[in-house]
Design a protein around this ligand. Sequence first.
Ligand code: B3K
Ligand code: ZN
Length: 872
Amino acid sequence: PRTIYLKDYRPSPYLIETVDLDVALAPENTRVRSRLKVKPNDDPDAPAGPLTLDGEKLELHSVKINGTPINDYTADDQSLTITSPPEGPFEVEIETTCNPQANEALEGLYRSGGIYCTQCEPEGFRRITYFIDRPDVLARYRVRVEADKREAPVLLANGNLVEDGDLDDGRHFAVWEDPFPKPSYLFALVGGNLACVQDSFITKTGRAIDLRIYVEPGKEGRCGWAMESLKTAMRWDEERFGLEYDLDIYMIVAVSDFNMGAMENKGLNVFNDKLILARPDIATDTDYESIEAVIAHEYFHNWTGNRVTCRDWFQLCLKEGLTVFRDQEFTADQRSRPVKRIEDVRLLRARQFSEDAGPLAHPVRPSSFVEINNFYTLTVYEKGGELCRMLHTMLGEDGFQAGMKLYFERHDGQAVTVEDFVAAMADANDRDLSQFMRWYNQAGTPEVVCRFEHDASEKTAKLHVTQVHAPSPGQPEKEPVPIPLRIGLVGPDGEDMPLILKNGSEVPGGLLMVTEREQTFEFADVAHRPIPSLLRGFSAPVKLSSPLDDADLDFLMRHDSDLFNRWQAAQTQAMKRLVAMARGEGEFVPDVREFALAVGPTLTDDWLEPAYRAAFAVPPSELDIAQEIGADVDPTGVHKARRDLRATLGHTLQGDLQRLYEDYAVPGEYQPDPDSVGKRSLRNTALALLAAEETEDGVKRAQTHFKNADNMTDSMAALRILAGLDRPERDEALETFYDRWKDEQLVLDKWFAIQAQSTASDTLDRVERLRRHPAFSIKNPNRVRALIGALAHGNPLHFHSADGRGYEFVGESIMEIDGFNPMIAARLASAFSSWKMLEPGRRAMAQQMLERIAAKEGLSRDTSEVVGKMLG
Ligand code: B3K
Ligand code: ZN
């Protein structure tokens, strides 16, 4: 397979001004007629010549130029080349057919539960018709769709409906026109029997927008939250970013077979139905929050992605990182800001840091790829979001917004690069951000080593900062990056001391800029030895080696005014103990009790938000611990360490936890508002810690909680506890749950996942049985994620089972899925990415499985790129 390099980018020799599509939907034989107005690109870097159009899995019937059929073209399984096109603008007409029913890769046009839908990003449009399928070719689309009226009474495409009507033979048609030029990856088309939920939104300039959510008939009553979330997001983007919606209609379609979460097609989002459908009895608080966040994310793409798009796929973070940052800010504004930050950092550390430390490491803007679908990664999305956040931190809200304004003024309607974005930020603020580009181009997580000195007689303090960059694949040497380091000096009374530099100036917002490999900051007027609170709010995506000892951390855990760092101090304390326990080192029991006692005050502090207190009591994840250990990891030891720490928390804080459990019951009807969510979260955290020791009392409480639950959040919180037990209570609860929900696929996915993530000893037997359950289908990505993905990515104990059965199960599944849906197979394969960190026995077994996958005949480009890198 061919590697594609960023340095080889050339503008397209031809541009396409308009696309006229005529699509006649039929399950196995959909006919597509396309009329393209093509013109040579006048860019001197792109001399005209043959016209090559991308196309895959298409049957070609005819090609015409300016109305005349031609023969001087060549076609293979990837493209169609017109050898000598006319000079100047011309028209190409192509007729092809494709087979949506047979499309199990879920890219291009496919059928999901009788609904025709499309997924084009990044390179799916070429499976619908021949096209210059790259994001810097922006065209205006007019789309006529026809279908059997009974099979597909609803026919949708991007933009505005301009015509519809009936045809002979029970068929009908609709014509949609999108006035905004767009890249082909934002094209969408939907046909099927769908119910519609309608609402409207008045924009800040008084325009009424028609909002529509299309779902399977009968599910209309589950769309209320998605619709509310959409309106909240639209208002927020106007208020915080000054951005107004541009079309008169915004449509969302929910489908049940979808490779990812959702897709931001212009004016016609397509969503995985699990991110639309919600009702208190079937969706958890986390589901409600995800729906709100993803609806917002896709909506925000309308400006960051659609109005201004990417020049090429290397620039993916231009739209994804920025849109992630925007959706994080949205959630922080709707809910608890510190808790949102904690959740985002937890994800970043557990998944992105490990990606960045292993064989799949790549820069936020990669410089090469084999299959672009493999680069929709945590690095591009989450670390990409962190880079935008650092710009925001460095420039401030006003400076950042000034940069956004300039970005849109300069680039609305264009396909641009990361440089264009950073230049807008720099120019609007009169700042030199050239060094910042290193963040986009260097892989790996920088390590920041801090040393702190206090001189009582001089009343001064010094902070020495060193940044260390480990090599990553293809990047042995790295340059220092600019690091916004937010700090505070916490005085003996627990209050922040003023932060005054030696020259007498105060450090605004406590923000230091580290730009050198080694740097020292000197502070004046420091009478008493303070405790430095470093990297407040996680102001940069780095690993911090801090100079703090147990006593300092304990103090910050109780007093830091920065709630993120107060949580961080607790995490650091927990981590030290977890690592020692996992390695079986030393006498840790009294130490862990000590730590538990220090968690108590925050857990019970009624001045703090319940959601924060709940987050405070959650120790670092098994993935975090494994990474911290770094080499020769024994996942069983890691699991036991975390289990024991939680049991000690539950035991030591029993009285407090019982009280919290009693006091935080949320009365009345279920509401997904932040306040009630926080209370449930604290109460369910207490429930889980009280059961962590598996005492009779703890188990009974969980059982009662399960029986009395009147919403899915409480029900799942209890079931998760019960499903982890090696006792009859487990089967009883799982059966009750199944009987109640056997007709609800999305709820059954929770049932699959909870069993796949269970730490009970027979989990692998169970997962193998569930693999054959009638409700399971290997062809449906949600089922695959719920069962196989949950084991591979969410159950380190059993995925890394010492007998190799976890690898066997996941590996076999990858090979099977690769045969029809390479994107999903490659995603699953990434679960093996930290295999080199494992102890020798597991390492050998993981390697063997990877080698078997790599050797499989006909392995997809997707999976072979991922597996090849892991073995390489
Ligand atoms: N842009 C899409 C992701 C497309 C993934 C293609 N493999 C959804 C999103 O990030 O908003
Ligand atoms: Zn996105």
